[in-house]
Write a protein that binds this ligand. Sequence first.
Ligand code: NAP
Ligand code: GLV
Length: 310
Amino acid sequence: MKIVFATQEQFDPAEWIDPLAARLADVEVMMWRDDGPAVGADIAVVFNPPAALFERERGLRAVFNLGAGVDALFGLPALPAGLPIVRLEDAGMAAKMAEYALHAVVSASRRFDGYASLQREGRWRQLPEIDRSAWPVGILGMGVMGSRVAKTFAALDYPVSGWSRSGKGPDGIVMHAGAAALPDFLARTRVLVNTLPLTDETQDILCRDTLGRLLPDAYLVNVGRGPHLVEEDLLALLDEGRMAGATLDVFRTEPLPADHPFWRHPRVTVTPHVAAISSRRETIAQVAEKIRSFMRGEPLTGVVARDRGY
Ligand code: NAP
Ligand code: GLV
């Protein structure tokens, strides 16, 4: 059995290939080389893989993605139609996603941003108290990430609701299912946290029509993917005073271009796609376990449904 480890980013072989190989008996793990020949790989372990992977390695039986989102894979024209794709599930990401969203919301809802300004001015002043009922949180996507975000806010007594295709969500969270329920969901939401995967159906979902339906003084936290957001629509709603702020981790173009208005907008917080980076140790352990199950012909979790795109 041969595994090719194919990424466009720098992954240190000592940190990735060696520990993965150590967990898999009778398997050869090789780093992808742009200038190399086909190695006859059975399995590809990938993160944002080079387009040539699927042109060159014609005998692949499965691909294991080192991230939750698989949109970059679907963008590769040579991806074989029937090739099973297995994605990463949690591996330390969900708690970080919840922390990120909580930090974004609490900075505003508890007025920590305001207290930071007051401290800079050396002023001792108590701002009006928080009323959680004025900060209903709505979460788009209630899978591994969204469910953890929802449970975190609910544990702090924020009103929380969720939206997913099926309407499945954690116990105690008010759920809304499918496109028909989206307007109602938005109309009760002040803080919108996007944890959707990027698919044909979800691209551009954060636009003037949807964001404009949120409660007054709305906030957006986008931790899904950049192409979910129509960036000019968000800027217009912020500048018109229809929305109060946004915390954005993902962008249509990454890295975010130096002249992009988000960098300097007073009510936009930018982070460089770091909301939820998986734990390397948990990622390697999970991928190795999934590869072992695949080799034994056992059922796997995290298999991407090609028709749904996630
Ligand atoms: P997941 O477990 O597959 O959950 C996806 C959720 O989205 C499910 O609840 C699904 O509904 C819902 N959904 C998908 N398409 C929909 C549609 N058309 N309408 C309504 N709901 C829809 O995925 P995950 O592990 O939570 O990850 C979600 C995404 O987070 C990833 O794809 C990635 O883009 C992003 N992410 C970002 C970072 C970061 O650092 N910024 C890190 C990790 C992940 P059902 O439950 O009904 O299927
Ligand atoms: C990161 O963005 C992921 O999809 O895992």
